[in-house]
Design a protein around this ligand. Structure first.
Ligand code: ROI
Length: 161
């Protein structure tokens, strides 16, 4: 298995979200078979769902030999260790870790759709992704910087680090 560059979206809107993201980034950095290459700043934005607390989001770039499914297993373990409960699909959460890009691959299995199917509509994914990968494109050739221009802002702001 060759090494792949992978981008992970992190999000939290419960139980001290800033701490949730910092400890999740630490947990990612300490996983065997994974190298944390870079991480974006933390961003705050309104939820896409009215009535939910604001989210803290970030994007991390990893280098790994893990397959997408093996990586997903590791990410779900970190989510569980952060008290993630899977009651409702779009419910508030202590920690969400999504594989948004896995190399330049398109993946569609029962457990995984990559690129993340909603990423092109989410400024809270695109903005931190562009911060660490300014020239990045999707596997279909779309330029991420162009996608951001058409996204609702959701009041997205970078937190000073
Ligand atoms: N909204 C923001 N701003 N950030 C998220 O991570 C996020 N995650 C979700 C929904 C409810 C879609 N809204 C979000 O799952």
């Amino acid at each position: 298995m060759t090494k792949q560059l992978v981008y992970i979206g992190l999000g939290s809107n419960l139980q001290d979200p800033v701490t949730q993201l910092i400890t999740a980034l630490n947990a990612l950095a300490n996983l065997p078979d994974i190298k944390l290459v870079s991480q974006s700043s933390l961003y705050i934005s309104d939820s896409l769902l009215e009535g939910q607390p604001q989210y803290i989001n970030a994007v991390a770039c990893l280098e790994t030999v893990l397959t997408p499914e093996a990586l997903l297993d590791q990410l779900q373990q970190i989510e569980n260790e952060h008290g993630r409960e899977r009651k409702e699909r779009w419910g508030a959460r202590t920690l969400d870790l999504d594989i948004i890009l896995y190399g330049n691959q398109k993946i569609n299995t029962e457990r995984l759709i990559i690129p993340h199917p909603q990423m092109a509509l989410r400024s809270f994914v695109l903005m931190p992704l562009l911060e660490i990968a300014p020239n990045i494109c999707l596997p279909d050739g779309r330029v991420v910087a162009d996608l951001l221009a058409d996204c609702p802002s959701q009041n997205l702001k970078r937190l000073s680090s």
